[in-house]
Design a protein around this ligand. Structure first.
Ligand code: ADP
Ligand code: MG
Length: 723
């Protein structure tokens, strides 16, 4: 593979990939679908796994589950028709035999294959080894006809498998990337060394024993045959580590830069303790609470107080397990804004949660003569118009709502604080849209705006090292203490077949004066179906347990109906509440001490933990029954068992992260992390403290390297992190 004539200068890697052999206009479009535009993009498009075609394995020496290259004579070749045509071949290499199976062929393909695969011919094939009924087998192996007994040349390097897309084959990717690598390798790598700049300062590379960037790239695109495949994907290979390290570093730098950028904006500094005692809302509020703040709550409030007295916007994330009392903290922060003459807004991801917040804030703020405005997608036209008016003219002090808050018609009068609950449910765009809204021009300097302070809350606490990376663009506080008097929830995992026994248990508990939730989970992501399931369960249970008063709440009920049901449940008039996952967050009924979750296997661990957090809020002992539908895999069961073993949100989040990955657990906000080219913040978390330290060193001592590193690894995606 040689490239067309291309001048070797600084800009070489910045050229369009159209300069490569075999890449035309049409291919260009396909490459673009993977965001591959320049030669540099190709160089950093790293393999996700490898195939070892560097040696021929004897059939008897193959292992199930591994991919292997074998050669042998075709001793049988038969077409079978089981609904569709299937071709069965057997090859023999004198150590043993293996079946090759090809399915789903039309007549033409079968004819072609049968002609090619004649008995007596010799084949070289590559595929995953499976255990067949009689012997090993490969399904749809790659194959090539060879001369009998020919010692077919094996590959010199492991074969990289790249992230690909429709219409762009591995071969095309390998061909294009191969040309770039070959070019860089010329003259004993001297060409490459001139073109691929190593931004990591030499002493740092040496200290960490990381191979040079160019060598690492060449190694990963074309690993030598003696390198075990697993080591390249999961293991401790130094070349891989070198690239992982640099990628993590680039992400860390980009988030730190985003933080710095926000930090350069201006915000209104709040005064603490107004001179007029009547206006000390925050103090009054804390004094009239029926409980004392926990130490953790007080500590986090102190962090917030320190932030909002500055002339730059606060960017603080509060992590706290379910029930740790984040809402009270948010209310104190909101009251600081209000007593300083500003509005505060709270945005929540679901209708029900937003309603809960509205109820709380109304109950807390209205007695002090403060107005709470409410905006949701379901607000009626008239209500909506009034809310918008009060937000715009400043008569609303506190604004609570859903996504509806950042729609264009919403104009704040003087927003001083934006609070976002359960941030992982929102995208970074949505968070920023709310901030932009709060932006207010300074009267004397038209070009510089004031930004609102931001407080972000999450009930998915994650371990410190991960938080360092995932939340590097925020300052973090943790509420690591539950209010006193909470009793741990005992969790049981049961098959659906035990439903009858569960029913009896619920019945007995309710007769003994306890209250219970019965949760119907999501069916195929459809809210409608989920509500139907809840309705059916409601009907069924009402028939089975006619002596209990049973209520129903789901997302498609009218707001008033929902409110009524929730009130009766809170008052104890309803003892058993059938619900959808709408009750996942925010619902607070201390007397409820039993929860049944149907089809628990359908939900993520963090979500189950959230749901379970609805019980165990009172002084009596509580229980949660996770019912699973059959059949459940071993892994699936192990997942549910995690919840039986721990009540600690941090531990649950760790397990969840390991099982589902950061993209799923941390949500849309973290897409940047989920889309990394080679690093994985779970697998590679041991590197994170060092990466963090180094990011700061680069910013302080080698600032010229920061931008090129970010550009290299994050490139265009940088835009959204940096709004
Ligand atoms: P989170 O949002 O963190 O899950 P909430 O703010 O909904 O938790 O609080 C859960 C419950 O605990 C609420 O009923 C709240 O009134 C109560 N609570 C909050 N702080 C305390 C405290 N310091 N002592 C006792 N109860 C508290
Ligand atoms: Mg909450």
């Amino acid at each position: 593979m040689t490239s067309k004539k291309i001048p070797a200068d600084e800009a070489w890697l910045e050229q369009s990939i159209i300069v490569l052999k075999g890449v035309g206009e049409k291919m260009l479009e396909r490459f673009a679908r993977l965001s591959l535009h320049t030669l540099n993009d190709l160089l950093f498009h790293l393999p996700i796994k490898y195939q070892d075609k560097t040696r021929v394995v004897s059939i008897s020496g193959m292992r199930v589950g591994e991919s292997a290259l074998v050669t042998g004579e075709l001793i049988q070749c038969k077409t079978q028709y089981v609904r569709r045509a299937m071709l069965n071949c057997v090859i023999n290499d004198s150590s043993g035999v293996i079946n090759l199976r090809f399915f789903h062929f039309n007549k033409q393909q079968v004819a072609g294959l049968t002609r090619a695969l004649e008995q007596g011919k010799w084949l070289r094939c590559f595929g995953e080894v499976k255990r067949g009924r009689h012997a090993f087998e490969m399904i749809h192996p790659e194959y090539r006809i060879i001369e009998p007994h020919q010692l077919i040349a094996v590959d010199e390097t492991l074969t990289p498998i790249y992230p690909a897309t429709d219409g762009l084959s591995q071969l095309a990717l390998r061909n294009a990337i191969g040309q770039v690598i070959e070019y860089l390798k010329q003259d004993h790598l001297s060409i490459g060394e001139a073109l691929v700049h190593d931004f990591l300062p030499g002493p740092i590379r040496q200290e960490l024993q990381l191979p040079a960037l160019l060598q690492a790239l060449i190694y990963l695109h074309a690993p030598p045959p003696d390198c075990p495949v697993f080591e390249l994907v999961d293991g401790d290979n130094p070349y891989r580590k070198s690239l992982v390290f640099e990628e993590l570093l680039a992400h860390q730098l980009s988030m730190k830069c985003a933080y710095q950028k926000q930090r350069q904006h201006f915000a209104q500094a709040f005064q603490m303790l107004s001179k007029q005692p009547k206006l000390r809302y925050s103090q009054l509020f804390v004094e009239q609470l029926p409980f004392k703040l926990t130490q953790a709550q007080s500590r986090v409030i102190a962090d917030i107080v320190a932030d909002v007295q500055q002339v730059h916007p606060m960017q603080r994330l509060v992590q706290g397990d379910v029930g740790s009392g984040k809402t009270v903290v948010a209310a104190v922060a909101a009251l600081y804004a209000i007593e300083n003459g500003f509005q505060a807004a709270l945005m929540a991801p679901t209708e029900l949660l937003a309603e809960q917040h509205r109820n709380n804030f109304q109950q807390w703020l209205e007695p002090m003569g403060l107005n709470v405005a409410w905006l949701s997608g379901k607000s009626k036209v008239k209500q909506r118009r009034e809310a918008l008016k009060s937000i715009a003219d400043g008569s609303a002090h506190m604004i609570v709502g859903t996504h509806a808050l950042f729609q264009t018609e919403v104009v704040f009068n003087h927003l001083g604080l934006a609070i976002i609950d359960e941030q992982h449910r929102f995208g970074v765009h949505q968070r920023l849209a709310l901030l932009q809204k709060g932006q207010k021009l300074q009267p004397d300097q038209e070009y510089e705006a004031f930004y609102p302070h931001q407080l972000i809350m999450t009930a998915t606490p994650i371990p410190r090292t991960l938080a360092m990376t995932a939340y590097a663009d925020l300052d973090c506080s943790i509420i690591d203490e539950l209010p006193p008097g909470r009793t741990p929830v005992e969790t049981v995992v049961l098959s659906e077949q035990r439903r009858e026994a569960v029913l009896q248990r619920v019945h007995q508990a309710c007769l003994n004066g306890r209250q219970a939730y019965w949760v119907c989970t999501l069916i195929e992501e459809s809210e409608v179906l989920q509500c139907q399931a809840a309705e059916h369960t409601h009907e069924f249970l009402s028939k089975q347990l006619p002596d209990l008063s049973i209520g129903l709440v789901h997302g498609r009920m009218k707001a008033d109906e929902k409110k009524l049901v929730m009130q009766s449940f809170k008052a104890g008039d309803i003892v058993l509440l059938i619900a959808t996952t709408v009750i996942e967050v925010g619902v607070d009924v201390p007397n409820a001490s039993l929860m049944i979750i149907e089809n628990a296997e359908r939900l993520g661990l963090s979500q189950l933990h959230q749901l379970r957090g609805r019980v165990g809020r009172g002084s009596q002992s509580s229980a949660c029954v996770l019912m699973y539908g059959k059949p459940l895999s071993r892994n699936g069961k192990a997942r549910l068992m995690t919840l039986r073993e721990t009540n600690d949100g941090f531990e649950v989040a760790c397990k969840d992260l390991a099982l589902r990955g950061p993209g799923e657990v941390l949500g849309t906000r973290q897409t940047g992390l989920a889309e990394m080219k080679i690093a994985d913040i779970i697998r590679d978390q041991l590197l994170i403290p060092k990466v963090n330290e180094l990011a700061q060193t680069l910013i302080n001592d080698y600032p010229e390297t920061v931008e090129p590193l970010i550009k290299r690894w994050i490139g265009k995606k940088m835009d959204y992190q940096n709004v």
